[in-house]
Design a protein around this ligand. Sequence first.
Ligand code: PLP
Length: 433
Amino acid sequence: MAEPIRPERSGQLFERALRSIPGGVNSPVRAFRSVGGTPRFIAKGSGAYLWDVDGRRYLDFVGSWGPLILGHARPEILAALERVMADGTSFGAPTEAEVVLAETILAAFPGMDQVRLVNSGTEATMSAIRLARAHTGRSLLVKFAGCYHGHSDSLLVKAGSGAATLGVPDSLGVTAAVSGQTLILPFNDGEALAEAFAARGGEIAAVIVEPFPGNMGLVLPHPGYLEELRRLTAASGAALIFDEVITGFRVAYGGVQTLYGIEPDLTCLGKIIGGGLPVGAYGGKRELMALLAPEGPVYQAGTLSGNPLAVAAGLTTLRLLQELQPYPELAQRTAAFAAELRALFERAGIPATVNQAESLFTVFFNPGPVVDYESASRSDRERYARFFHAMLERGFYFSPGQFETCFLSTAHGSADLEQALSAVRDALPELGG
Ligand code: PLP
């Protein structure tokens, strides 16, 4: 099965791309920099599989980084796109379908009174923060080390030294004035949280959190941690923003807030609600949302917001998820897969931690537990790169980076996962003991 691969056409396209596109890609992780090698250029996807331009097939554990919970090229979504497309692709004026999508989202999130559609997760989080600052009249934003919320300036901030620190820019071009308004805390550290609120609670406009962080690899909140966040933000008058761009409609028909019964003030969504087309959304309590233009003084707009094609793909996805209720089976299948992976690594004497929740999982080459950015950072990235390439060669496309999450879809059958496990077994000698 594991014939050597010569990604010839991918290699040629990558060389060509490097001339016209910075780094050859339109989003950095696609360039395989953290695992090395040549990124595969993709020709098509169907169900749980991807095909590259060299005709190689891969079982896809990335799923376009989360949107494709129903797999690639789901026929009902394609049919909806064709139907809608025939009537035009964009109007820059309101449509009935976007009202239905808004209503559908609201019905799944009990704490949300209104929702605004945008084009990406980045826009959703950036706008939610603007709204929280307007509502509270405060500036300071609290973010957790290792959480990613898109690439707007106040979120491209990393921790300085020490447990709770004012952020420093995580990218050239982000000014110290902006990063200085973001306080970075370690995730899952109740003491650091309590100290930050005791010292600066009155200045905090918002706390933004991925309730199941997926961008340092998958990390899960300690019992009571999210509840404590809710309690402290409510007590200090800060807005609690749940960034459910990954977890929305992924961990439940709703989000982590549905699983935990916690109502944040604002929720950011993306990925699944666009069914593979560009959509983001942010929603929350009416008193906050009423501040948005044209009703209120907080500006936010978008030429393609509520785009008919994107809305059709999103609505069809949500309708199918409601009909199929695939969550228990997806969770069970992913949990069983993660357990098998743990057992394989353990038998081979390879220190590994497999974090899993619902249809999300990450293999950390790290004895664990992995509970925050600091512990995630202790993972063996070189071993991850060997694992990634050993699996890629065998036709299995895992996340091209240690600090990412892998995704299962409803199209991943037990036979596919069995094959993945036997490929891992086969690859173990290449990972180093
Ligand atoms: N928030 C989270 C939790 C994400 O994982 C991402 C992207 O992966 C974003 C926000 C940004 O979304 P987008 O890439 O659509 O701008």
